[in-house]
Design a protein around this ligand. Structure first.
Ligand SMILES: [Zn+2]
Length: 493
């Protein structure tokens, strides 16, 4: 019997995953070629509406689509030759790969070239190479990069990201480019006139699901933590949290245990890959270490003493005039357009020493046509800083940096009206005003909030099993039930 349910589910999933109905198009191409066009527009239109409308419409459209798909699947089933219906799974699983680019059968009537392209990013891809392959002009690429100046999202395309290009059917001019980062975050660059694009960030809050992970040390902490399902980034973040208190290579021994409570983001029932560590306990032979996230975004031990290293307010010594402050609705001094200013500009002579504002790791050393030469530093779990329009950079990507260390000399590179430093501070991936933002000062939780903190720690510790007893708590069972793929209490290898 043809697994009709499976077919529907797969169709729907694929549809939903790519935001574009490749699957539908290819499956129906041989049966009913006409509907392809309608559906492509149909889905594309969704992205142009606002988020709330979008969600509502999506529901209605899904219902409609689902019925359509059901109908198509039914028709398809009866039209397919018998030998094909014996191996439907095979056909279904191989289709997505083949359908990235739809080649109509040679017998089909000549149609206009497809106006929508999706490219899944693979290692080594650059925006420029992708656009070249699609014959999109360099001029258009620069227009998009100009729109991206305040985001710099296109400077780090990662495997797993997707770019979708929509061309005007008549002129073949690029109208929109959508960057799919993960299910919870997409950026749409949309043509506003002949020379300009504007961007729109679509951020879905989703739901955050708590999960408890128990681990035991066998080999390194790094390997043991990966073995229970933590990501490399999460393990690095945990190591970073404790680095001033615990020597991971000397103090940790085989058989020591550790526990982590984390939350993971789900959007429409699927994990986005975004997560946050809420609490960690490490039980060594002679000592115990812990860290708990508080509402201010910093980690503290169970006594309420901060684990974060202090930050500098200014990325330079001495005083320099602020020539442009942080302003989400600024008029750009060069283009005259409203463009967010996500940092603060210090007017300073070219060659002024630029200092890292906190301990961290250099995550970007780049040259951008508009941002100029710039550096990005990741400071532990929550903080990122950026330093733009530099003249000289004295650090490398991956390098560990100390607070106050000389990292570059200021300059006037990129699109700039005069020598200045553009400095950005991001907390949890959001740009904040570096002059007024609350930054870690290596302090303790204030007395007024201590009670609240103690309560939060007690709640987290209650869900972490004592290491001697391996019984599964109510909390863990809950997580297991909701999320069977992410095994909790997985045995360490
Ligand atoms: Zn600036």
């Amino acid at each position: 019997m043809f697994p009709r349910n499976l077919l529907q589910r797969n169709l729907f999933t694929k549809f939903h995953l790519d935001k574009k109905p490749y699957f539908v198009a290819s499956l129906s191409a041989e049966i009913i070629p006409q509907p392809i066009h309608i559906k492509l527009h149909f889905m594309n239109a969704i992205w142009k509406t606002t988020l709330k409308q979008q969600q509502k419409k999506q529901r209605n459209r899904r219902l409609l689509l689902f019925s359509l798909l059901f109908l198509l699947a039914g028709v398809g089933y009866f039209l397919l030759p018998t030998h094909q219906s014996n191996k439907p799974e095979l056909a279904l699983t191989t289709l997505p790969e083949q359908t990235k680019e739809i080649n109509p059968p040679s017998t089909a009537p000549k149609k206009k070239p497809e106006p929508i392209f999706t490219r899944a990013i693979t290692a080594g891809d650059t925006l420029s190479s992708i656009m070249d392959s699609l014959k999109i002009s360099q001029n258009t690429m620069y227009q998009i990069l100009a729109a991206d100046e305040s985001l710099l999202a296109l400077d780090v395309l990662r495997p797993g990201n997707q770019l979708t290009f929509t061309l005007d059917e008549e002129t073949r001019q690029l109208m929109t480019m959508e960057l799919f980062i993960h299910r919870g975050k997409q950026i749409i660059y949309q043509r506003s006139d002949a020379d300009n694009f504007r961007y729109q960030e679509i951020i879905l809050p989703g739901v955050w699901e708590k999960q408890l992970l128990n681990g035991e040390i066998h080999g390194s902490f790094f390997q043991s933590a990966l073995a229970i399902g933590l990501s490399e980034q999460e393990v690095a973040n945990i190591a970073d949290l404790f680095k001033s208190r615990l020597n991971f290579s000397r103090e940790i021994r085989a058989g020591d245990r550790f526990q982590v409570v984390r939350t993971q983001q789900l959007v429409e029932g699927e994990f986005t890959g975004q997560s946050q560590i809420l609490g960690v306990q490490i039980f060594c032979h002679h000592s115990q270490h812990d860290a708990f996230l508080f509402e201010d975004g910093h980690y503290y031990d169970h006594n309420g003493d901060s684990l974060a290293r202090a930050f500098l307010r200014y990325p330079h010594k001495g005083h320099f005039r602020i020539s442009s402050s942080f302003n989400p609705a600024r008029r750009h001094p060069v283009t005259g357009r409203i463009a967010p200013h996500k940092g603060v500009d210090f007017a300073m002579p070219t060659g002024t020493k630029i200092l890292a504002t906190g301990d961290g790791i250099v995550t970007r050393v780049k040259s951008h046509p508009f941002a100029g030469k710039y550096i990005e530093i990741q400071h532990g779990v929550q903080y990122t800083t950026r330093y733009l329009h530099l003249s000289r950079i004295s650090v490398k990507r991956g390098q560990r940096i100390k607070r106050g260390e000389l990292i570059a000399r200021s300059g006037n590179t990129g699109r700039s009206t005069g020598p200045h430093l553009h400095y950005e501070l991001h907390i949890k991936n959001r740009a904040v005003d570096p002059i007024t933002a609350k930054i870690p000062m290596a302090a303790s939780i204030p007395k007024s909030k201590r009670q609240m903190f103690k309560k939060q720690v007690a709640e987290l510790i209650a869900v972490m099993n004592p290491p001697q007893h391996h019984q599964v708590s109510q909390y863990t069972q809950e997580t297991k039930r909701n999320n069977p793929e992410n095994l909790v209490d997985k045995p360490t290898i």
